[in-house]
Design a protein around this ligand. Sequence first.
Ligand code: ADP
Length: 492
Amino acid sequence: MTYILALDQGTTSSRCLLFDQDLQLIDVAQHTFEQHFPQPGWVEHDPDALWQSQRQALLNVIHNVPDAQRGTMIIGITNQRETTLIWDKHTGHPVYNAIVWQDRRTARFCEQLRRSGNESLVTEKTGLLLDPYFSASKIRWILDHVDGVRARAERGELAFGTVDSWLLWQLTDGQVHLTDVTNASRTSLFNIDTLQWDEQLLELFGIPASLMPEVRSNAELFAHTTWDELPGIDVYAMAGDQHAALFGQQCWQPGSVKCTYGTGSFLMMNSGPQRVSSKHRLLSALAWQINGVTHYALEGSIFTTGSLIQWLRDGLQLIDSAAQCEALAGQVEDNGGVVIVPALTGLGAPHWDADARGTVFGLTRGTNTSHICRAALESICLQVDDVLQAMRQDTGMKTNEMRIDGGAVANNLLVQLQADIAEMKITRPQNLESTALGIACMAGIAAGYWTQAELAKKWKEDRVFSPVMSVSDIAKIKGGWQSALDRSGSWL
Ligand code: ADP
C-alpha cells in the first residue's frame, strides 16, 4: 500500500488529506489561522502561522499512520496563489508578513504602470492584467517599504516565494528554494511562452532576479523532506489550487472546463497545448506542465456567488441557512420577474466593473422570499454563463460539459439551473475534493504509481444534470439579466 499526503494550503485554513493508492480518502486534518487587516484593503498572514497550521495538519494525519507505512508516503503541495513572502536565505526569517492575494495596497502603483502604457507588455508576456492581485507589485512594496530590505535583496541575501515555495523551504529545513510553473505564472514576472522569469518584467517592477526561486514542472521529484519531525519523504508535486482542481476534475482534453462554487466562483478551461489570448478580459494561464507536456488554460473569476447566499442569510436574514434557499426557490416556478445583479463588490470576469454595485430589479407586491432566492441562484448561474460564453468565443471550442465542485454544489436546484442556463451537461463528481485530489494525482504520476490512463478509471461521477428548460424560458431569464446588467454597471 502506498499513500499520498496532499497539503492544501488555502486562504483561511491549511489542510492535509491522506489518500491511498486507489485515491480513497483515508484521513483529513484542518487548522485555521488568523487573518490580519492592518489597514482598509490590506490583508496579511503571519508566515509562521501559515507553516504552523500546515505542520499541525500534517502531523495530525501522520499520527494516525502506523510507522511501518510511513516509508511508502509521498507529498504533493497545492496552495492559495499569488500570496507573497520574502525571507532571509540564511536565517529563514521572513522580512515582513505574507501579503495575501486579496490585498489591494498596490492599486495606485498598478494604475500608474497602466497609465504609462505597460499593460500590453504584461499581458503579452504573462497572460495577466496589470492588477494588485498578482505577486509582482506586492514584492516591490515589501522591497520599498520595509527598512533595509531592498539593499539586502540586492546583496542576494533574500528569497521570494509564493506559499508553495515557503512550505517546501520549511519541509527541507531551508535547503530548497523552488516553485512550479503554475504558481510562477501568477506572479506577473513569468513568461508563459518561454516558461522562464522575464528580465524585462523584473526590471519593470524593480525586482532583483536573485530573489526568485527556480521553476519546475508540476510533477517531478522536488525534494526529500529533511524537516526533523518528518524526514525522508519525497515531495513529488506542486501546483496552484485552481490548476490542481482542473487536473483533479480530469479536464485533460482541450475545451474541458471546471467551475468551483464557493464564496466566489472560479472557472478554468483547458485551452490545449497552445496559449489562447483572451479578447474578453479572461486571464491566460498555464494549466500544468507534466511529463514534458504543457497545457494552457483560460481563467475567469467571479467575486460574488456563494457569498450572495450568505448575504441573504446574514445580511437580509431572509433565510436561516444556505441550504434553505434551495427549498424556498423550489416553491416557485420562476423568478416572478425578479432579477438580481450580485455586484456586491463590483463585477469580475468578464465584465471587470469595479464600480458596479448590487441591484434587485422587478419587485412587485407579489414578490416573496422564494422569488428572491430563485433570482439569487439564477444570478450565480448567469454570471458563470457569461464567463463560459467568453471562453467559447476566445477558444472557438465547443464545450458541452462542465465539471463542478465547491460548497454550493450541494444545491441540486442551483446545478439544474446552471445546466439550463448554460445549455450544457453539468457533472458533479463523487469526490468534491478536486484540489487535493488533483495534487495527489500529479504526485502519484511523478512517483510512477499510475498513468493518466489508469487515473481516468478512478474518477467517478455522482450525478449528471442535463438541460430541460424551454428555449423561451431561457430567453426570458437571459434577456432580464442583460438589461439588469446594463442598468447596474458603473453605479459608483
Ligand atoms: P470557500 O472555499 O470559498 O470558503 P465553500 O466551497 O466552503 O467556500 O462553499 C461555501 C459557500 O457556498 C458559501 O458562500 C455558502 O453560502 C455557499 N453554499 C453552501 N451551501 C449552499 C447551498 N445549499 N446553496 C447555495 N449556496 C450554498
